[in-house]
Write a protein that binds this ligand. Structure first.
Ligand code: NAD
Length: 502
């Protein structure tokens, strides 16, 4: 395609070209072609977006009725529903994931818009009448003001949709800073919000890198920050935002374990592991990256079944309906993932399936890597310790349930964890004992539906609130308690004491 005008920003419902003179490359991962440039905002450009959001909060949105906000969200939901395919194609073109998976991403994002359509129910508040003579007490929740969202490359539509629909439903205005690797989906989501009728300034997009993020974290008019990305950046974002007095939720990386007990149906477990490990080329924060097999017979049976399925996967460009898995996001990331496979072999793991050396005919320059299966991995190996974020599945063999639980709970991350078993008692024990925020029982990727909340424990989340669901509403609002008394003129008098409720 060749390079065209750089993708810019979207502020006050208008496309705004970049002015910093800095741009970053956007690739088609399936061909390796550099298809676009994206503007990287300066601090001054971030300030323009925040000013637009602040003005919208002050003049139109902060006081817009629930009925108006809800009506616009319903229109937005309908528009997104119509444009599922278009959004999925944008995702595939810049991220690389296969079309069906991209459609799934849009569907899971749409779920949160649907929850936002019902915001009236969530913002009802509470009222206690007659707590004392003629006194009523109401608890209400109010928006924070301007909120910012900083999102990763791996879900360029879904993760922004985890954030801004609930934020604006609650009455906030929003500045989104999408990943500079695949910025088009985020921009399109904002254009569609404008098309649905959201007033200028309610949802703004600033493209950029660390410079833009640093400004958002320091800007005095940004009241709350949602971040999703890698653990080191999540920790730094949480620190900086907190230092600047902002409310912040920062979701980080993961290393999700799937424990398979000896009584599990090994075919069902192998199907689950293959989908969860290699779907979206392993570039999912809820991907299963470690299978913990309890017992040698379980491990042998599982490894054979996973290997058979892994070797049969069809890898190719995301827009080819025959492809089950697409390329990785960049050449550098593909090479880093491949290095873990090489390193694991050197450190004593058994490389049962080796994905290195794959070429996809006609797409020789694409960022493809085949899938890898590493058996007899131990906790000291790099492939176990680090988040690889690619199509590499480690198998750790343990002897007992207790050993499996100790291994999972020693991980620095605690995003998702799954158990495969037919034993209800063991499953119940697992869900209570495991140190992870999202647990699957015979479900390999337990991403909560939109009316529950998403978030991990330990180094997978910095902050107190998970995203979307009820936690999302709490994060996007702050509480106020109003105590009201309409005094009876007959009941007057000065009293310096606290009420004694007599
Ligand atoms: P990343 O941390 O590199 O980037 C995330 C965002 O932060 C991007 O918008 C990027 O521009 C910005 N950023 C990057 N470096 C920065 C810096 N030094 N200072 C300030 N901002 C910076 O993550 P990524 O590679 O885009 O995404 C993959 C990571 O995200 C993986 O670790 C994955 O596990 C994680 N992730 C987590 C979840 C979750 O819900 N916990 C969901 C999706 C992805």
């Amino acid at each position: 395609m060749g390079t065209t005008t750089p993708l810019g920003h979207f502020i006050d419902n208008r496309a705004v070209p970049g002015a910093s003179g800095r741009t970053g490359p956007v690739f088609d991962p399936a061909t390796g072609a550099r298809t676009r440039e994206v503007a990287l905002a300066s601090a001054a450009e971030v300030d323009v977006a925040v000013a637009a959001a602040r003005e919208a909060f002050r003049t139109s949105w902060g006081t817009a009725s629930l009925a108006r906000r809800t009506a616009l969200l319903f229109r937005y939901r309908a528009l997104l529903d119509e444009r599922r395919d278009e959004l999925a194609r944008l995702i595939t073109a810049e991220h690389g994931k296969v079309h069906g998976d991209a459609l799934g991403e849009v569907a899971r994002g749409l779920e949160i818009v649907e929850v936002a359509c019902g915001i009236a129910e969530k913002l009802k508040g509470q009222l206690s009448t007659g707590v004392s003579g003629g006194v009523d007490v109401a608890s209400i929740r109010q928006p924070l003001g301007v909120m910012a969202g900083i999102t990763p490359f791996n879900f360029p539509a879904m993760v922004p949709l985890w954030m801004f629909p609930l934020a604006v439903a609650c009455g906030n205005t929003f500045v989104l800073k999408p990943s500079e690797k695949d910025p088009s989906a985020g921009l399109r989501l904002a254009e569609l919000a404008a098309e649905a009728g959201f007033p200028p300034g309610v949802l703004n997009v600033v493209n950029g890198d660390r410079e833009a993020v640093d400004r958002l974290l320091a800007h005095p008019d940004v009241a709350g920050v949602s971040f999703v990305g890698s653990t080191p950046v999540a920790a730094a974002v949480h620190r900086a935002a907190t230092e600047h007095g902002k409310r912040v939720q920062a979701l980080g990386g993961a290393k999700n374990h799937m424990v398979v007990l000896p009584d599990a149906d090994l075919d069902v477990a192998a199907d689950g592991a293959v989908g969860a490990a290699y779907g979206s080329a392993g570039e999912r924060c809820m991907a299963v990256s470690v299978v913990v097999a309890v017992g040698e017979a379980t491990a042998d049976g599982l490894v054979a079944r996973i290997a058979e399925r892994a070797r049969a996967l069809r890898i190719g460009p995301g827009d080819d309906p025959a492809s089950e898995m697409g390329p990785l996001i960049t050449a550098a990331h593909r090479d880093a993932v491949a290095a873990y496979v090489a390193g694991a072999g050197g450190q004593g793991a058994e490389v049962v399936v080796d994905g290195r050396g794959l070429t996809v005919p006609g797409h020789e320059e694409g960022f493809f890597l085949g899938v890898s299966l590493l058996d007899r991995v131990t906790p000291g190996m790099d492939a176990y310790r680090d988040e690889i974020f690619g199509p590499v599945l480690c198998v750790v063999r343990v002897a007992t349930y207790d050993e499996a639980m100790a291994l999972v709970n020693a991980s620095r991350w605690g995003n998702g964890a799954a158990v495969f078993t037919r034993d209800g008692g063991a499953a119940r024990r697992f869900q209570l004992e495991v140190a992870a925020g999202m647990v699957g029982v015979n479900v390999p990727i337990p991403v909560p539906v939109g009316h529950h909340s998403f978030g991990g424990w330990k180094d997978s989340l910095f902050g107190d609130h998970h995203v979307y669901g009820d936690d999302g509403v709490r994060f996007c609002t702050r509480g106020k308690v109003v105590t009201t008394r309409w005094p009876d003129p007959a009941d007057r008098g000065v009293d310096l004491g606290f009420p004694q409720h007599t």
